[in-house]
Design a binder for this molecule. Structure first.
Ligand SMILES: [Zn+2]
Length: 460
């Protein structure tokens, strides 16, 4: 077959195969989408895991099912040569419950194409995305007889319920999963239709503060000035945590925050930003910032946010017995949830020793440097595979358990979504575009060759 100048096969052979196989690939996706796999209540989970295993087998991978957590983890690999680079693909076969059913225009488990879009629960999140990897591997074997690199693929069934078994599994199977790159396709692309290369997520730490007064609510007249009010102690504590101009006053809170590299700062400056759009999105007109500071604050800096305060009554004259505050901290590399919790606990101990602090949940942050060679290869792959140039995001504001790859497996991790921005994941009428699905296959197919070619070049 023809080769482009730098030893990466061009897209001709693949595009021809794609045109021939289109209906067959769509039918493979439809079969998978017809199979329910709802991790919230267990519907169809085991059957779907076996179906995914069969897809991997048919693609030519060696497979195993691990039954160590709540739902099976399906694993496949094809190791050609230990000297070659290895990519680990990650995805999930469980889907969100489809309710409210009456808002769907077609049965969530009877996929249907309307206006170039495939409607079904799991079309975007995540069956239509991980299946793209499987079909790309199969296509590569069909066109070339062998893969240019080693591939591993892990498809789990607990993502929609919090991936609780995943960190334990990765910890216990580090050797099996060892890879030069972890590649995840999940979530939506940019609203402009451009592909996205995402390199990091913020972590999260949720805490609860409880302030106690008397054993029960007391009359604010009959017992006013006699019984302490726990709301005042709580308000004073919260006030001590942050200055009026927004500076977080908890000792050592910023100690481990990783500096933003030049390459990351440059990537932030390139990201699309419209102040007016942002103001409309959030429903708050008085915003004033440029794109770089927006993305810096949103993705590279931690937050200390009060997300709820509960106590007392809106109508009764009482001195409440109890007041609670709920705080969430979004963490950035290299903040560690336990260490940040310890600092908050020390602050509470110093300022309001009677107030009880508890940890509700935590997920560590994760970020892969944008200037790593292998990430540059991914960016080039996506640039070549798609008609629009990719949006490179060094981080995002929200939280995903990406730390299992960067911290436990110690591998670079990248997210390249294959679903459209309006995939309606978790909502009625979830969908992905037929073209989005086919472009995903194209991108993964190209990635296998790009990783082989670039690694060979740097080794010379
Ligand atoms: Zn989801």
């Amino acid at each position: 077959m023809s080769q482009s100048q730098d030893d990466v096969p061009d897209f001709q052979a693949f595009d021809q195969l794609s045109a021939e196989r289109r209906e067959q690939w769509l039918e493979q996706l439809f079969t998978l989408l017809r199979q329910e796999s709802i991790s919230h209540d267990g519907t169809g989970m085991d059957t779907c895991a076996v179906m995914v295993q069969q897809l991997l087998e048919q693609a030519g991978l060696q497979t195993r099912i691990f039954d160590e957590g709540q739902y099976p983890i399906v694993y496949g690999e094809l190791i050609r040569d230990q000297q070659l680079p290895t990519v680990l693909f990650y995805g999930h076969y469980d889907v969100m419950p489809p309710d409210p059913l009456e808002e769907w225009h077609s049965d969530p488990f009877a996929p249907e194409i309307r206006n170039g879009k495939i409607y079904a629960r799991g079309a975007g999140d995540n069956k239509g995305q991980f299946l793209a990897h499987i079909i790309a591997i199969q296509s590569c074997l069909e066109l070339h007889g062998q893969l240019p690199i080693n591939v591993k693929i892990l498809i789990e069934g607990e993502e929609e319920t919090g991936s609780r078994s995943l960190p334990i599994f990765v910890e216990q199977h580090r050797d099996l999963l060892q890879a030069d790159l972890v590649y995840t396709s999940d979530g939506p692309q940019h609203v402009s239709g451009a592909p996205v290369v995402l390199l990091g997520v913020r972590g999260a730490l949720a805490i609860k503060l409880t302030s106690h007064g008397a054993q029960w609510d007391n009359h604010s007249g009959n017992k006013g000035n006699i019984v302490p009010n726990p709301i005042w102690s709580l308000v004073h504590l919260l006030d001590s945590m942050r200055s009026r101009d927004g500076k977080i006053l908890v000792d050592g809170f910023f100690d481990d925050v990783r500096a933003v590299s030049d390459a990351e700062a440059e990537a932030l400056r390139q990201l699309p930003f419209e102040l007016d759009d942002l103001a409309r999105q959030v429903g708050y007109a008085a915003l004033d910032m440029d794109g770089e500071s927006y993305y810096r604050r949103l993705t590279m800096e931690p937050t200390l946010n009060i997300h709820g305060i509960h106590s007392g009554s809106t109508g009764k004259g009482i001195i409440p017995a109890k007041a609670e505050a709920y705080i969430d901290v979004r963490l950035v590399p290299d903040q560690h949830p336990q260490q940040v919790y310890d600092k908050l606990a020390r602050h509470v101990q110093q300022h309001a020793p009677d107030i009880i602090i508890e940890q509700v949940m935590s997920v560590p942050p994760s970020r892969t440097p944008v200037d790593l060679d292998i990430i540059q290869t991914v960016i080039q792959t996506v640039t070549e595979a798609y008609p629009l140039a990719p949006v490179i995001q060094p981080g995002m504001g929200g939280t995903l358990p990406n730390y299992v790859w960067t911290d436990i497996l110690k591998a670079p991790s990248v997210i390249v979504p294959y679903a459209p921005y309006d995939e309606a994941n978790h909502s009625p009428n979830e969908n992905t575009g037929v073209d989005d699905f086919l472009y995903g296959i194209r991108c993964t197919y190209h990635l296998l060759h790009r990783l082989a070619a670039d690694t060979a070049r740097t080794a010379v």
